[in-house]
Design a binder for this molecule. Structure first.
Ligand code: SF4
Length: 379
C-alpha cells in the first residue's frame, strides 16, 4: 500500500495505544461544539450524519435544527409527506438523501419498533446508509469497532501511513479499513472515529496540513519521511465533467405560471421546476425549449426573450440554465415527461420544493429589477 506496506507503528499495540491517547487528549480539548454532539438521541445523530454527507458543518447546522423542530422523532418523519420533507431540505442539495432518510424512517418504524438498528450490518441495510455512515453511527451510538473512513480520515490516514497509491482503489481502501480497524480501541470507538474526523477536518487539511501543531506528528510517516506531506493522498485526475446548455420556460396563462414535477428516480426526483430540458446538437435555445415543452407537457408555447441565465454545478455535470419568458399557445397539458404539473399563482411557488438552479433564476430576475409576478401578469 505505501512505499512498501502499512506503517510499522500500527502493528505495535503499545504504539497504537500511545497514538490513541494523544489523539483523544487533543480531541477532548479541541473538538467543536456542535448540536449533534450534545445529544444521545440516535435519530438526531443519524440525521446529522446524513446532512453532513455532502454539506458543510456551518450550512448543516441551521437545517438540522429546523428539521428536528418540524420532525422531532423518527415516527414524525415516517408519517410525513415526502413533499414536506423535500421542502424542508430545499437548498441543501443531493435530495436523494432526504428521500432515503424518509424511507429509512418508515422502515425503522415498521420493522424495528422505531429504534435504529444497533449494528453495522443492520444500519447498512437502510436506504441512504453506506459503509462510512454505518461505521460512524454504529461506533458513536453503540460503541461498535468500525472505522469511519470519510474523506478527511482517508486523507489523514494516507499521510500517517504514507499510502502512495490512490485510496479510491478498492484494494487500497480495503487495506486502509484494516488499518482503521487496528486503531479501534476496546471501548470509545465513536470518540476515536470523531477524533480522526476532526484531525482531518481541522489539522490535516488538503493543501496546507498543520503539521507543526499536529498532535500525532510523531507517528506520521509522510511528515517524518517526505519533504511535503500534502503530496498525499495520491490524486488521480478525474474525468472532466460534461457541461450542458439547458432551457427552462416561465410559461404563463391567465395570470398563472406552469410548473412541473421531475420524474421519480432521476436527478432531483420529485422537485418542482420551470419545465424545459437540454439542448440537442444543431438546435437553437428557443427550438430546444419549444421541443422540450412539447415532449414533456404536450403543449405549444410562444417563446419570448431570455430573462435569466445561470451556471450551476452538480456532482457529475455542470449546466448553463437559460430561462425564457413564454406564453401558452395551444394543446391540453399532460404529464408526459414529468410526474405532475400545476398552473399556480406566483405566490404559491414557495410551497413547492424547487431546485437550487431555479432559485437562482428567481434571484437573477430580482437583480434585474423584475419579478416572477411581473412576468406572469404581462400581456
Ligand atoms: S503530521 Fe501533518 S500530515 Fe501528518 S497527520 Fe499531522 S497534519 Fe497530517
Amino acid at each position: 500500500m505505501s512505499a512498501g506496506s502499512t506503517a510499522d507503528w500500527i502493528q505495535d499495540s503499545r504504539q497504537r495505544s500511545a497514538f490513541r491517547r494523544r489523539l483523544l487528549a487533543w480531541y477532548g480539548k479541541n473538538q467543536r461544539d456542535l448540536p449533534w454532539r450534545r445529544t444521545a438521541d440516535p435519530y438526531a445523530v443519524w440525521l446529522s450524519e446524513i446532512m453532513l454527507q455532502q454539506t458543510r458543518v456551518e450550512t448543516a447546522r441551521g437545517y438540522y435544527e429546523r428539521f428536528l423542530q418540524r420532525f422531532p422523532t423518527v415516527t414524525d418523519l415516517a408519517v410525513a409527506d415526502e413533499a414536506d420533507v423535500l421542502k424542508l431540505w430545499e437548498g441543501l442539495g443531493y435530495y436523494s438523501r432526504a428521500r432515503n432518510l424518509h424511507r429509512a424512517a418508515q422502515t425503522i418504524v415498521e420493522r424495528h419498533d422505531g429504534d435504529l438498528p444497533d449494528s453495522y450490518e443492520g444500519l447498512i441495510r437502510l436506504p441512504g446508509i453506506g459503509p462510512y455512515t454505518a461505521a460512524a453511527l454504529s461506533s458513536i451510538l453503540f460503541d461498535r469497532p468500525h472505522p469511519a473512513l470519510d474523506g478527511n480520515v482517508m486523507r489523514a490516514l494516507s499521510r500517517l501511513l504514507r499510502v502512495e497509491e490512490d485510496p479510491r482503489r478498492a484494494s487500497v481502501r480495503a487495506e486502509m479499513v484494516r488499518a482503521g480497524e487496528a486503531l479501534m480501541p476496546r471501548t470509545g470507538t465513536g470518540d476515536l472515529n470523531q477524533a480522526l474526523i476532526e484531525l482531518g477536518a481541522k489539522v490535516c487539511t488538503p493543501r496546507q496540513p498543520g503539521c507543526g501543531s499536529c498532535p500525532v506528528a510523531n507517528w506520521c510517516r509522510a511528515y517524518n519521511e517526505l519533504e511535503d506531506p500534502s503530496v498525499l493522498p495520491v490524486r488521480v485526475p478525474r474525468k472532466k465533467r460534461p457541461h450542458l446548455q439547458v432551457t427552462a420556460g416561465i410559461i404563463r396563462r391567465r395570470g398563472k405560471v406552469l410548473i412541473a414535477q421531475r420524474p421519480a428516480g432521476g436527478m432531483l426526483a420529485g422537485l418542482w421546476e420551470f419545465p424545459g430540458g437540454k439542448q440537442e446538437p444543431g438546435e437553437s435555445l428557443v427550438e430546444c425549449l419549444r421541443r422540450e415543452i412539447g415532449e414533456e407537457l404536450g403543449i405549444l408555447i410562444d417563446v419570448e426573450e431570455e430573462v435569466a441565465c445561470v451556471d450551476h454545478e452538480f456532482t457529475h455535470l455542470s449546466i448553463t440554465l437559460h430561462a425564457f419568458s413564454a406564453r401558452y399557445r395551444s394543446g391540453r397539458v399532460r404529464a408526459i415527461g414529468c410526474s405532475a404539473f400545476e398552473w399556480i399563482d406566483t405566490d404559491r411557488l414557495q410551497q413547492f420544493a424547487i431546485p437550487r438552479a431555479d432559485h437562482r433564476v428567481l434571484e437573477e430576475l430580482a437583480v434585474a429589477g423584475t419579478s416572477l409576478a411581473a412576468l406572469i401578469n404581462r400581456e
